[in-house]
Design a protein. Structure first.
Length: 576
């Protein structure tokens, strides 16, 4: 780490000088801004914060599996929600102690500490300007530290801007709790000093509170002591967020993710990452790996019906059947059930009929908003993902490898307002924090604290409004409440970078050594040509890549051995 920090120190002034917008360049040449200029002018300092923000967000949403410019495209590849074209080392448990899951974010941390230290020391900024800048620096620092804490547990704690005179071979924190305490202290300051109302995509009090609810429940499962205090912190932050009255659960769940104009105006979304149409092509968004190349000229003559709208993605990810099972069905008796326990499915088994009606009727509203299934709409097409269908994995003459291997396609996070083409110029948004997620974090804390009826009231907020499902009874016992909570979180937070970490957290809190959802061979639904029968089969073509395996050491990733060779003070996580 010593060599890297020395490089960061040499680059610090250049980074400061570059963090300026065109409007400021009109008044002074770029190369004439000194470090003193920047930290004595609120506008110039904000420009530096903006540069740090972009760096932190990129590392916050990016895993080593990401490629090119598709930010966040692999955020759920490690979970049981997604089938991938090529798989990865993590899901197959093929990592060794040299594997690097993104250890080095010290440049990000340095940028955050520069903001905090320079704002504190400034002689030209007003006290309120200083507080605002420090709060933003600490919020960003909390974000990047949390992203590493859930990967590595203990991390190297750096609370000031390092110089060449500092000891740069720093150890990790002595405990996991010490790392999480550091994060929560930053978030507490940020929540107190960030504005309640902020510009679109900017840091705010609501964002700090929302992240606090998640950091606290995740940390509670890993820290050595004090879990109940952490759950109480999550509960308190969740209640303050609700009491602000600024955010609301949105009944248009699809609009939150699948429509740019709607998503940026929704009162549910707290913090978004925005990509402007001025600089963004469609193939610079994660949509490119969710959409197939679907063209009537590339389909065999026997594929029906004929596609009427051409889309040109490069599909490498598909929703799993395991995910689809999480979307409950409101049965004829008004009770929400798993699809294979409903009267619709029983009638199908007894009397036959169409598979689509038997297993997709009256599903949770989030299913239609998130997944493209057989006989549903897709852009302006009627998608048939069955043998002989226009989007079945065997239907393309050229792009078989990029057609679904699970029997489903993504709808969540896909804009269907116009045909998808790689060079289409577009604005794009990613949801980072939203009220629904924070409410479910709050519900989890209440379950852990034994406040079952309160937890059920919170679960019902997303279950009824987003899912259109009947409300859960406040009289449920704790075991049933947990079962429905886990189903609810699965359905509501699909493809938002949550599932893998939640499975780890739940197993860790419950003292389990294995996680069945991460230790299985994935399966595919294959529907017959006439649409009247189906079978669950092993994945075609990519089965070996999607056989999940889990061992206890994977509750935390290894500290890369290469880093430990450079810094003798770094200890290793258990099992590696």
């Amino acid at each position: 780490m010593k060599r890297k920090i020395l490089v960061y120190i040499l680059l610090a002034v250049n980074l400061t000088l570059l963090a300026c917008s065109d409007s400021w360049l009109d008044t002074k040449p770029l190369d004439k801004f000194t470090e003193e200029d920047v930290w004595n002018d609120a506008n110039l300092a904000e420009a530096f914060v903006y540069g740090a923000y972009n760096k932190v967000i990129n590392d916050y949403l990016r895993l080593p599996e990401d490629g090119g410019n598709q930010l966040g495209e692999s955020m759920d590849d490690y979970s049981d929600d997604v089938i991938t074209k090529s798989g990865n080392k993590v899901i197959r448990d093929q990592m060794d102690k040299y594997y690097d899951e993104g250890w080095d974010v010290f440049d990000d941390i340095r940028q955050c500490n520069i903001i905090i230290d320079k704002a504190t020391e400034s002689a030209g900024l007003r006290d309120d300007e200083k507080e605002s800048l420090i709060a933003k620096g600490r919020m960003l620092r909390a974000m990047i530290y949390y992203s590493r804490a859930r990967i590595f547990g203990k991390y190297v704690l750096i609370d000031h801007t390092l110089t060449v005179d500092d000891d740069l071979e720093l150890p990790r924190s002595s405990t996991i709790k010490e790392t999480y305490d550091f994060i929560l202290a930053d978030l507490a300051f940020a929540a107190e000093h960030l504005p309640e109302k902020a510009k679109l995509g900017a840091l705010s009090k609501g964002a700090a509170l929302a992240l606090t609810t998640e950091v606290a429940i995740q940390g509670a499962s890993y820290i050595e002591s004090g879990a109940e205090d952490y759950y109480q912190k999550a509960s308190d932050a969740g209640q303050v967020l609700l009491d602000m009255g600024q955010y609301a659960i949105d009944s248009n769940y699809a609009g939150l993710f699948n429509d740019y104009d709607y998503g940026i105006s929704s009162k549910e979304n707290i913090l978004l990452y925005l990509q402007s149409s001025d600089i963004t092509y469609a193939n610079h968004t994660r949509m490119v790996t969710l959409i197939p190349t679907a063209d009537a000229s590339l389909a065999y003559d026997w594929c029906v019906p004929t596609l009427v709208e051409h889309v040109q993605g490069w599909c490498e990810r598909w929703p799993s059947s395991e995910l689809v099972d999480a979307y409950l069905v409101t049965d004829a008796d008004g009770v929400a059930k798993k699809w294979n326990e409903t009267s619709y499915y029983q009638q199908f088994q007894a009397n036959g009929g169409y598979v689509s009606k038997a297993i997709y009727t009256n599903r949770d509203k989030r299913f239609e908003a998130s997944v493209v299934q057989d006989s549903s709409s897709y852009f302006r097409n009627r998608a048939t993902i069955r043998e002989g269908g226009n989007l079945h994995y065997t239907s393309s003459m050229k792009h078989l490898v990029h057609m679904t291997k699970s029997g489903y396609y993504f709808r969540k996070g896909v804009y269907e307002q116009e045909p998808f083409m790689p060079k289409l110029v577009m604005s794009h948004h990613l949801v980072i924090y939203r009220l629904g997620r924070a409410v479910l974090n709050y519900a989890e804390a209440e379950l852990r604290l034994g406040h079952i009826s309160k937890a059920i009231e919170l679960i019902n907020r997303t279950r009824t409004v987003h899912g259109g499902l009947p409300a859960l009874s406040p009289d449920l016992n704790a075991a049933d409440a947990w079962t429905y909570y886990k189903i609810e979180r699965h359905a509501d937070l699909f493809y938002e970078g949550d599932r893998y970490w939640s499975l780890l957290r739940w197993a860790k809190a419950e003292g389990k050594e294995n996680i069945p959802e991460l230790d299985q061979s994935m399966k595919c639904i294959n529907i017959a040509k006439d649409g009247k029968s189906f079978e669950m089969i092993k994945l075609p073509y990519v089965n070996a890549q999607n056989i999940h395996s889990f061992s206890e050491k994977r509750f935390l990733f290894p500290v890369p051995e290469g880093e430990r060779l450079l810094n003798k003070n770094l200890d290793q996580n258990p099992g590696w």
